[in-house]
Design a binder for this molecule. Structure first.
Ligand SMILES: [Zn+2]
Length: 291
C-alpha cells in the first residue's frame, strides 16, 4: 500500500484517500498525549497508552498523518479538505500526490471543508497567494465560517496564545479570499447526488462529517470527530483544541453509533494512512478496526 494515495470504490464513486503529509507533534516538550486527551486521569492515560504500545516516558514525538479524500464520478471531482499547505515542511503534499493520480488542481469542482483548522484549510491558498483549486466552489458549515471569519474567542482552549493566534491567522488568510466562492450550509445537505454533509459540532462550532452513498455501499468521513483510535475507546477524553468539549462527547456518541450500527466504511483524517476502517462495538466499548 502506497503511503501517499489509496484508491477504493464506494458503489459507482471512485475514491482516493490522499496524504497531505504528516506532522510530528513533539513530546514531551508540548506534552502531546496530554494535549490529545486533556481531561484524562493521568494514571489511566498511562495505562491506556501502554496498551497501545505508546510509552509516555520514552516517547519523543507523535507523527500524525494528514489525510484528504477525493470522490470522483467521471470527470467530476469532489475534494474533502485541502491539507495544511505550507504549515510545516512535511505538509502540503496534496497537490503533487493528486497530480500523480492524474488529477490536476483545475479538475476539482467542489471542495468540502470539514472545519476551519489549519490542517484542513491550509491548502486553499497556494504559496503565491492564489487559489490552489481555481475552478472549485467551496462548501462549509455556516457556523464554522461565521466563527472563524468574525473574532473567534479561543479563551477556553488549553493551548498557548501563540497557538491560538496561529489558528486564527491561518483560518482568516485562507477563508476570507473565498467569500465569493463559498456555499454555506446550515442543515444536513446533499452537495451532489450521493454526497451529503452532516453537522458534527464540538471539535469546532461547525465541524461536519461527510457521508457518501452509492447503491448499497457507504462511506462515512468523520474528519476530526476523533483524533486518535483511543478516542473511540475513551470517547469522553477530548483534546486541547476542542472548542466545545461537551459537544465533542455528544457528537462522538452520535456519529460512532451510526458508524458501528451500520458497520459502515469509515475514514478518520488523522488515523494511520489511509485512515480507513470500521468502528466496532466490543464489550460495550467502541474500537477501531483498520482495513
Ligand atoms: Zn485535523
Amino acid at each position: 500500500m502506497s503511503s501517499e494515495s489509496y484508491r477504493f470504490e464506494v458503489g459507482s464513486f471512485e475514491c482516493i484517500a490522499i496524504s497531505d503529509g504528516t506532522f510530528a507533534y513533539p513530546y514531551p516538550s508540548q506534552n502531546v498525549f496530554i494535549n490529545f486527551f486533556v481531561n484524562a486521569p493521568e494514571d489511566r492515560l498511562v495505562r491506556v497508552l501502554r496498551d497501545h504500545n505508546l510509552d509516555i516516558e520514552h516517547w519523543e514525538e507523535y507523527v500524525s498523518p494528514y489525510i484528504c479524500l477525493v470522490i470522483s464520478k467521471g470527470q467530476r471531482h469532489v475534494l474533502v479538505d485541502t491539507g495544511a499547505g505550507s504549515f510545516a515542511p512535511t505538509t502540503g503534499k496534496l497537490i503533487p500526490h493528486l497530480e500523480a493520480e492524474g488529477i490536476s488542481p483545475e479538475d476539482i469542482d467542489i471542495v468540502i471543508l470539514t472545519h476551519g483548522h489549519p490542517d484542513h484549510i491550509g491548502g486553499i491558498i497556494d504559496k503565491e497567494g492564489n487559489p490552489a483549486f481555481p475552478h472549485a466552489r467551496y462548501v462549509m458549515w455556516k457556523d464554522e465560517w461565521d466563527f472563524w471569519t468574525s473574532e473567534p474567542n479561543l479563551d477556553e482552549l488549553k493551548i498557548s496564545d501563540h497557538g491560538k493566534g496561529l489558528l486564527i491567522k491561518v483560518a482568516q488568510d485562507n477563508l476570507l479570499p473565498l467569500r465569493d466562492r463559498i456555499n454555506l450550509v446550515s442543515h444536513e445537505t446533499e452537495i451532489v447526488p450521493g454526497i451529503r454533509v452532516i453537522s458534527a459540532p464540538g471539535h469546532t462550532p461547525g465541524h461536519m462529517v461527510v457521508e457518501v452513498i452509492s447503491g448499497s455501499d457507504q462511506l462515512l468521513h468523520i474528519s476530526d470527530t476523533v483524533l486518535h483510535p483511543i478516542h473511540l475507546e475513551e470517547p469522553e477524553w477530548y483534546s486541547a483544541v476542542a472548542i466545545n468539549p461537551h459537544q465533542v462527547v455528544e457528537t462522538r456518541s452520535r456519529i460512532l453509533d451510526i458508524a458501528s450500527k451500520k458497520n459502515v466504511l469509515t475514514l478518520a483524517s488523522h488515523f494511520t494512512f489511509p485512515g480507513l476502517g470500521h468502528v466496532v462495538l466490543k464489550e460495550g466499548r467502541w474500537q477501531w478496526q483498520p482495513i
